[in-house]
Design a protein around this ligand. Structure first.
Ligand code: SF4
Length: 278
């Protein structure tokens, strides 16, 4: 069976070992390239395009002019490489001992893992054949069949809910949220375990109506074990500049601990679903 998947390839931009924010325990997160959305606040803009890109960091450049060959100072870096499913599984399995002790495993994230769906499905299948715990993080803006096909080989879906207001969702991510909510309801009916992941951006979606709708949504679902609140951070800005993309020019203030705890309390008014702060 393994041979069926092993040679399928995709472009990824990172394999992060010892990840502790992408599902339970110690995990290895595989970052896929390609995304259907264009969230203004995206912290991984280097994931948007499927093809490899060059990131340039002028502060590291020593103007040595040999970067056509190879940059010795990491000022010019190629983001994205082609890998096979087997290569990724071999890398992920290096930390099996840590997964066993912590309840961790593999997380497929991105970007949108289902942008390169054949690879993601193959990776999840081969991971399961190797006895690995699996999480997949998705925007949900994908054909439901892909979520359904992964359900048997995915232990936890990390499902992003970016905004419950559809117009605002479209304005800030490029797509409306109807399909995302519809897919979430259908996924819940399959009985799979779901974590809702909600990035909260001060001044954009931190209003009471959003928390109320989010709480109501969680109350309707039977298989959501908890909600992750993820405060906006601005790490995507420098990365966007490095790959020649226009960074988001909104001057969004960063939330402090107290503010994030207030959001959690606000959400608790509307749902009994446990809330984690990332
Ligand atoms: S879905 Fe995720 S990776 Fe895609 S643009 Fe939005 S934040 Fe970025």
């Amino acid at each position: 069976m393994a041979d069926k998947y092993a040679n399928i390839t995709a472009t990824i931009f990172n394999i992060q070992r010892f990840s502790v924010h992408d599902g339970p325990g110690i995990r290895t997160s595989v970052f896929m390239k390609g995304c259907h959305l264009r969230c203004k606040w995206c912290h991984n803009p280097e994931s948007w395009e499927q093809m490899p890109e060059i990131a340039f960091y002028p502060d590291k450049c020593r103007k040595c002019d040999i970067c056509a060959e190879v940059c010795l100072y990491d000022a010019s870096v190629v983001i994205g490489k082609q890998v096979t499913v087997q290569e990724v599984i071999t890398e992920v399995k290096k930390d099996e001992i840590f997964y066993a002790n912590s309840g961790g495993g593999l997380t497929v994230t991105g970007g949108e893992p289902y942008f390169q769906s054949e690879f993601t499905l193959a990776l999840l299948n081969l991971a399961k054949e190797n006895g690995l715990h699996t999480c997949v993080e998705t925007s949900g803006a994908v054909a439901f069949e892909l979520l359904e096909q992964s359900a048997k080989v995915t232990d936890i879906f990390l499902y992003d809910i970016k905004d419950t207001a559809s117009d605002r969702h479209k304005a800030y991510t490029g797509v409306s949220n109807e399909l995302i909510i519809e897919n979430l309801m259908k996924l819940d009916k399959l009985g799979v375990t779901i974590t809702l992941r909600c990035t909260i951006i001060p001044g954009i979606n931190d209003d009471d109506a959003h928390f109320k709708n989010l709480g109501a949504l969680a109350e309707k679902l039977k298989n959501v074990t908890h909600i992750d609140i993820q405060p906006y951070h601005s790490m995507g800005t420098a990365k966007a500049v490095a790959i020649g993309k226009k960074p988001w020019d909104a001057s969004v203030p960063l939330a402090d601990k107290e503010q994030v705890e207030q959001w959690a309390q606000q959400l608790r008014k509307y749902t009994s679903t446990p809330i984690n702060i990332s």
